[in-house]
Design a protein. Structure first.
Length: 180
């Protein structure tokens, strides 16, 4: 009897406590939405996101305020962020590093550090000339009217506090995030 009880409790706990590892996020910067996906199926959509003041595209340097296109993972989760919650992305990617190295934006050492971090499933350096600390976050104490009016971040993807709280129940470190 105790064995059955423990099995039921442990089974319930594993489903309730952890995000589904097959879930991934598609950030559509043109449509200003995040689709929560499982395979090709869209489970739900979070609309009215804000992106970087510089729009979306290929980041060329720290401080350009551009939300980067590319494929990333949630590398870490900041639960006590000034933006309520912060899902840090594994930006810059190896592809970002390759493009930047070819253009002379970063040196060979920086390129190697970024690529090596990705090879070992680690967070790439966040202090490169390409910038860092790109993520998905809430508003914190920011004015929701500003969020609804224009793109205001330094390259991150911003949601309302309600949306980021909900998203935190669906994703975890390691979740794939595709930004287009």
């Amino acid at each position: 009897m105790l064995r059955i009880y423990l099995l039921l409790c442990c089974s319930f706990f594993s489903f309730a406590a952890f995000a589904d590892s097959d879930v991934w996020l598609l950030v559509d910067t043109a449509a200003r939405k995040i689709e929560v996906k499982k395979g090709q199926l869209t489970l739900e959509t979070l609309g009215e996101i804000a992106i970087g003041r510089g729009g979306a595209g290929q980041k060329t340097h720290r401080g350009d305020n551009i939300t980067p296109f590319g494929n990333y993972r949630i590398g870490w989760i900041g639960e006590s962020s000034s933006f309520r919650k912060f899902f840090g992305l594994t930006y810059p990617s190896a592809e970002d590093a390759e493009k930047a190295f070819r253009k002379g934006i970063i040196d060979r050492l920086t390129y190697d550090r970024i690529v090596t971090a990705h090879q070992f499933n680690q967070i790439p350096p966040q202090n490169t000339p390409l910038g860092g600390q790109i993520g998905i976050h809430g508003l914190g104490n920011a004015d929701i009217r500003i969020h609804q009016t224009f793109d205001w971040t330094h390259g991150c993807i911003a949601l309302t506090n309600t949306q980021i709280d909900h998203l935190s129940q669906l994703v975890d470190a390691g979740t794939v995030v595709k930004i287009k």
